[in-house]
Write a protein that binds this ligand. Structure first.
Ligand code: ARG
Ligand code: ZN
Length: 885
């Protein structure tokens, strides 16, 4: 039987709930296949809701055991229950208590939503709509309740029992069972409910908040893994301190628990007082974790902790407002990491991520506004647009109104909406009030999808000593939005003089001038389709450094000349734009090589390469910034810049050519840097040490690209002698591009060494899936038959199939269709087990329309065949439908 087509949910249809649930008492008796859930709900009519409505609760696959109203069993004709719904036909007018008992089977839960088992532990994931898989409920974020949870289990199987809030009771029972009672005094929506039961180890620490409250912190992990949780604990303590200092937010319960599990669909979850994490974002040691793993742990720990205020104390009215908590919380975690590490490097890596994930989403058929107005499956809207572009909007808001008004607006938001379920309008109103500025036009950032393009014409008038910038914005059409209104775009800029000095901005009087304030801050606002700005007292032709710090999520066009970019690369005071200049120069070179392959003129890279050489040799400054400048745009970056008729093979060979030539040109400097940044005594995950490793490894990789005969053995040696995972995996990555016995031996040795550590084995799988060779597709099929492969573990599936589809463009887009066929096979096999994960994998095809014709056709046929498959989940059918739309 075919599932009914998923129902469209529209923002415009939002109605307050007809009922409110003030208190929830749960009694949950854990059992592997038959967990009994007894819920007592204190319900009353919502004065703001529809009068006279029946009570309709959500369910999903539930088995109803017993139901009672105000203590008396309900007559069968008084209600109607299916696995997916519960209807109380004529609820009392006054407050009442509804008792419901359901059975759920955690072992059979392969979707990893609701109550499920990960390893030998019980855990839950309720966002977005998992609570209805535990008990019948008003499963919507605007119903806030106080929860008391009694958890009962076999003491030997689950000596640890955790819930939301504070522990208020525990004891032993007959038959080897025991219980714990948890009470969370803060009203919350059910998506923040969580419980954990299992035989787990933990580390703990005491924390005193700025006002002197004591909090017990604990991180629970698989027994034996306790030492691997210390960096996560350190990150947690730093996050708590930072939120007090940067936003005046203190923690509010007596305990804060984090549990790491191996089977998790996403990164982590901010359940009140009981965060549940993908163990990838908890466990680390120098021997097993890379610098980017450490950075990931720090940012995800911070992210989930920061949700305590932005998400939990103030939650979302409905799921259309998801960016209200996610965009804001990503902004907060990015600022935290920037303060803990190097702000410039953090910004570069965030922008790289935004361009790699969000820009393609915004440019393809899955484009949607940061606040969508319609969805079929909410789980498909946990996207780069909602998260990362959502964070950029908050950052722009701060740029536009200034730091002081931004902080006042945040304070107002916390004060006014604490304990409520809010909207984007509520949020913006606080900043409008704090700054006295009308934010109506600014709110278009939440409403209109698509990446604005800004075109720039500049003109220097030597006689008048004026410099004119003519700016123009336009935003391409996106699904359902053909005409776009102009955005308010904060454009941070500066002018670089002939000798590389920063010129003082001075605006010509009159309407073409920038305001004094704009000049002083170095930020101009573009809020109309066009704007012309004239600067005066400009002694000689300057180069404009535009969009400094990536002050808005836009594209700039047309590209600047090579000479201008070289001036910026050498002299810009803005580190981001120095890096951007290197990227732009590399892109020019790649495109020139593509032209040359078609018979056009070749690339002249001399000046660009010389500039990079000076950077490598300079030796002073931040090695991680030099490493970033040497990290060429990825194949995916290049495809995105191409925009249409993308041929991944052409991109691959042009990029490889650039890497080879650059590696040869820089060889002596790279070899020197590789030696200079050799590991020091002792390991530290801090930003400075990570920067040295980044520089060393980018040098190794380029050396090998330039001369495999010398770079290969160097990589082999580094692989064998590495004292930390970053150096080891980077050496293996370099080797992975050099076919031959040495490579296969290294992969075999790596597996032998780490086979017991699933997170490291994921790296082993992922690296093999991204080898850009014809044989890789067959290798991936072999990896999926490996004894360590399982479709039940999302990290493993992402390591093998996700890496292949998103990180191996030439093989995934192979002309014979073998890459798409592999994805199709996995998506269809996975869909009945874990539809969320299947849908995520399928979104690797989101940019199919930008491919050249032959590949485009195969991709389209693949999507159509998937969509025609019977019994498709709502998740996968939604992605396939929109991708084709
Ligand atoms: N709120 C979580 C976060 O911190 C994400 C949970 C999403 N889960 C899901 N099944 N869609 O970002
Ligand atoms: Zn989040």
């Amino acid at each position: 039987m075919r599932n009914p087509p998923p129902q469209a949910v529209r923002l415009a249809d939002y109605r307050p709930p007809a009922f409110l649930i003030d208190a929830v008492d749960l009694d949950i008796s854990l059992d592997r296949s038959k967990t009994r859930v007894a819920a007592r709900l204190a319900i009353r009519r919502n004065p703001a809701g529809q009068a006279g409505a029946p009570l309709a609760l959500d369910g999903d696959g539930l088995v109803l055991r017993r139901v009672a109203l105000d203590g008396a069993p309900l007559a069968p004709e008084a209600y109607e229950a299916t696995p997916d719904s519960f209807l109380l036909r004529a609820p009392p007018e006054g407050p009442f208590t509804l008792e419901i008992e359901t059975d759920v089977d955690p072992s059979a839960n392969t979707q990893l939503s609701g109550l499920y088992r990960s390893g030998s532990a019980y855990c839950t994931q309720c966002e977005a709509e998992g609570f209805r898989r535990i008990t019948y409920f008003l499963d919507r974020p605007d119903v806030l309740s106080v929860y008391t949870t009694r958890i009962e289990a076999d003491k030997s199987e689950a000596p640890v029992l955790l819930g939301n809030g504070n522990p208020v009771g525990a004891g032993d029972l007959d038959g080897g069972r025991h219980f714990a009672i948890w009470r969370d005094p803060f009203p919350k929506p059910c998506y923040l409910f969580a419980l954990v039961g299992g035989d787990l180890g933990h580390i703990s620490e005491s924390y005193r908040t700025s006002s002197g409250r004591d909090v017990e912190l604990a991180i629970y992990v698989e027994r034996g893994k306790e030492p691997f949780a210390s960096y996560a604990m350190d990150s947690l303590v730093r996050s708590m301190r930072w939120d007090e200092q940067a936003f005046g937010r203190e923690y509010d319960l007596d305990v804060f628990n984090i549990v790491a599990v191996s089977d998790f669909n996403m990164g982590a979850m901010e359940n009140k007082g009981l965060n549940i994490f993908n163990d990838k974002y908890v466990l680390a040691s120098p021997e097993t974790a890379t610098d980017s793993d450490y950075a990931g742990i720090e940012s995800v720990i911070a992210h989930e902790y920061f949700h305590n205020w932005t998400g939990n104390r103030i939650t979302c009215r409905d799921w259309f407002q998801l960016c209200l908590k996610e965009g804001l919380t990503v902004y907060r975690d990015q600022e935290f990491s920037a303060d803990q590490r190097s702000r410039a490097v953090k910004r570069i890596s965030d922008v790289r991520g935004l361009r790699a994930q969000q820009f393609p989403e915004d440019a393809g058929p899955l484009a949607h506004p940061v606040r969508p107005s319609l969805y079929h499956e909410i789980n498909n809207f946990y996207t780069a647009t909602v998260y990362e572009k959502g964070a950029e909007i908050v950052r722009m808001l701060k740029t536009l109104i200034g730091e002081a008004d931004f902080r006042r607006g945040m304070d107002l938001y916390f004060a006014r909406f604490d304990g409520t379920a809010a909207t984007v309008e509520d949020f913006l109103a606080c900043f409008a009030e704090a700054s006295g500025r009308d934010l109506a036009q600014f709110s278009l950032w939440y409403e209109q999808a698509g990446t604005p393009q800004i075109s720039v014409q500049s003109d220097y008038d030597a006689a008048a000593k004026t410099f004119t910038l003519a700016l123009e914005q336009s935003t391409p059409p996106t699904p359902g939005q053909s005409d776009k209104k102009p955005f308010v775009i904060p454009l941070a800029l500066g002018l670089i003089g002939e000798n590389g000095d920063e010129l003082t901005l001075s605006a010509a009087p009159g309407e073409t001038g920038a305001s004094g304030e704009e000049c002083a801050r170095g930020v101009v606002e573009l809020s109309t389709p066009k704007r012309k700005i004239v600067f005066e007292n400009v002694p000689s032709r300057p180069v404009a450094s535009l969009l400094r710090g990536f002050s808005a999520p836009v594209r700039l066009a047309p590209p600047q000349s090579a000479e201008d970019l070289e001036r910026l690369l050498a002299h810009d005071s803005d580190s981001f734009n120095r890096w951007q200049a290197a990227q732009s120069l590399a892109l020019r070179s790649v495109f020139a090589r593509i032209e040359a392959a078609r018979g056009g003129e070749g690339a002249d890279d001399k000046a660009f390469f010389d500039a990079l050489k000076r950077l490598v040799e300079a030796g002073e400054g931040d090695p991680s910034l030099v490493a970033q400048a040497l990290s060429l745009p990825s194949e995916i970056d290049i495809a995105r810049e191409m925009g249409k008729d993308v041929d991944p093979d052409v991109i691959y060979s042009a990029r490889s050519g650039l890497r080879r030539d650059l590696g040869r040109f820089l060889a002596p400097a790279l070899a020197e840097a590789h030696a200079r940044f050799a590991p020091q005594e002792g390991f530290s995950p801090d930003a400075a040490s990570a920067g040295r490793r980044a520089m060393r490894n980018v040098a190794l990789d380029l050396l090998a690209a330039g001369d495999p005969a010398s770079g290969g053995p160097l990589a082999e040696r580094q692989f064998a002698e590495a004292t930390n995972m970053t150096d080891r995996i980077c050496a293996l990555a370099t080797l992975s591009h050099l076919p031959g016995a040495a490579r296969e031996d290294a992969f075999a040795a790596f597996y032998e060494r780490y086979r017991k550590d699933h997170l490291v084995v994921d790296k082993w799988f992922a690296l093999q899936s991204t080898i850009p060779e014809v044989e890789t597709t067959a290798r991936v099929a072999r990896l999926m038959a490996h004894e360590d492969f399982s479709l039940a573990n999302p990290n493993r599936v992402r390591a093998v199939v996700g890496s292949f589809a998103n990180g191996n463009p030439t093989r995934f887009h192979a002309l014979d269709g073998s890459g798409y066929a592999l994805l199709e096979r996995v998506v269809l096999e996975l869909d009945p087990k874990n539809p969320q994960l299947a849908a995520r994998l399928l979104s690797a095809l989101r940019s199919w329309r930008s491919l050249e014709e032959r590949r485009r056709k195969i991709a389209e046929t693949t999507l159509r065949r998937i969509l025609a498959t019977p019994d498709l989940s709502a998740d996968v059918s939604d992605i396939a439908t929109r991708a084709l739309g």
